[in-house]
Design a protein around this ligand. Structure first.
Ligand SMILES: Cc1ncc(COP(=O)(O)O)c(C=O)c1O
Length: 385
């Protein structure tokens, strides 16, 4: 039986973690084992995720942001280089790019999916482009295969931000992360499809890249803990960060992975209930996340022009956990030097509303949310409840 923590009504929060029960015992056991840093438990989690995805390796790190940062470093991003990225993402994607010393080159999205497409990527490539970061918004896979040969020839790496997309499938039905020619970064943060409490993971392209990432996440020291226990010194081979995943997080992630099918099914069922309930709304457009292939991270709508902020305030006032994911990044003060006009992103940034969405909700929680939405948009037909 699911063991979601007691708390407020499900729809009053935009998102929250979903526990299956055994996480508590697993966490207690990890606490009592007394090894809180990188440990065999972390390696067990890495192997379990790799087996789930059908890939040789996964490199666990401290967060999705760290996953992007290290993957971009491994791809060669750094001072003087550019990384092509949508503005429509969480600011973490941008901070990871800046942390390497590279600059972002913002591009437009398709407003129907909130995802980038190959034509916009191609138009943004320059002589200094080192990486392209497609953001798999809402969990939807992005197919850039039409650009594969050109990117390969220009030594540009695709580092996909799959923070939302654990468990989703590509157009060819392989799992996101299983494509051998690109680097995939997952977040295992508190509200992600698969949570460790906090954490991230990188799917490397080659064993050598895996070794580089393992060194980067551990202060540039390639020796394992057992190796270090039998030697009087260690080698700091290259620049590195303290970006290892804690065994406490891995303990949670291992349980979550065992029960992932349950959480994924609950997310899909809830998203489909919203899609059905939204059909009578003529002026509300659901972001298309390709539900048949996607494990949805969120449920986001475009509202009619100029009404989003009022609807947000009214629904929040009614105790419903609506949100906005995300305010565009190219207009943020921190990223102003790389601003360029992005009218599609700016318009959708004013229209987006995230409905309450997490696996602790069931289809029975949807009608009250949509009734409140209809109430805030008086020209809409009231939702059947
Ligand atoms: C699109 C996207 N990228 C990156 C991240 C960063 O992941 P983390 O919070 O695990 O650092 C997030 C987190 O919400 C995200 O939504």
């Amino acid at each position: 039986m699911p063991n979601t923590p007691p708390g407020p009504a499900p729809a009053s929060q935009n998102a929250r973690p979903f526990l299956h029960g055994p996480e508590t015992a697993a966490l207690t056991a990890a606490l009592e084992a007394g090894q809180y840093g990188h440990s065999p438990l972390v390696e067990q989690f890495e192997q379990a995720v790799a087996a789930y995805l059908g890939v040789p390796q996964m490199v666990a790190v401290a967060s999705g942001t760290a996953a992007l940062h290290l993957a971009l470093l491994a791809a060669g991003a750094g001072p003087g280089s550019e990384v092509v990225v949508p503005s429509q993402t969480y600011c973490a994607t941008l901070h990871a790019i800046l942390a390497t010393g590279a600059h972002p080159r913002f591009i437009e999205i398709n407003p129907r999916t909130l995802c980038i497409e190959d034509t916009a990527v191609r138009a943004a490539l320059t002589d200094v482009t080192r990486a392209v970061v497609p953001v798999l918004y809402g969990g939807r896979a992005i197919d850039l295969s039409a650009l594969h040969d050109e990117l390969h020839a220009r030594q540009i790496t695709v580092v996909q931000d799959a923070a939302h997309a654990f468990g989703s499938r590509n157009p060819d039905h392989t799992l996101v992360g299983a494509q051998p020619d690109l680097l995939t970064c997952f977040s295992f943060g508190p509200i992600k499809n698969l949570t460790c409490g906090q954490g991230g993971g990188i799917i490397p392209r080659t064993p050598a890249e895996a070794a580089t990432l393992r060194s980067l996440r551990a202060l540039g020291i390639p020796q394992s803990q057992p190796e270090r226990a039998t030697a009087t010194t260690y080698t700091v081979e290259q620049f590195g960060l303290r970006a290892t995943m804690s065994a406490l997080n891995a303990a949670i992630g291992l349980v979550q992975l065992q029960h992932f099918a349950t959480a994924a099914a609950r997310r899909k069922t809830l998203w489909r209930a919203y899609a059905t309930g939204l059909q009578p709304f003529a002026r509300v457009h659901l972001v298309d996340i390709d539900i048949d292939r996607t494990v949805p991270f969120n449920c986001v709508v475009h509202l009619p022009g100029g009404e989003r902020d009022r609807v947000f305030a009214q629904m929040r006032g009614a105790g419903l956990g609506v949100g906005v994911h995300y305010p565009p990044n190219h207009t943020q003060p921190a990223f102003r030097p790389w601003h360029r006009p992005l009218p599609v992103t700016e318009r959708s940034g004013r229209q987006l509303l995230s409905l309450p969405f997490h696996p602790g909700m069931t289809p029975a929680d949807v009608p009250p949310v949509l009734a409140a939405l209809a109430h805030s948009l008086p020209t809409e037909p009231p939702c059947a409840s």
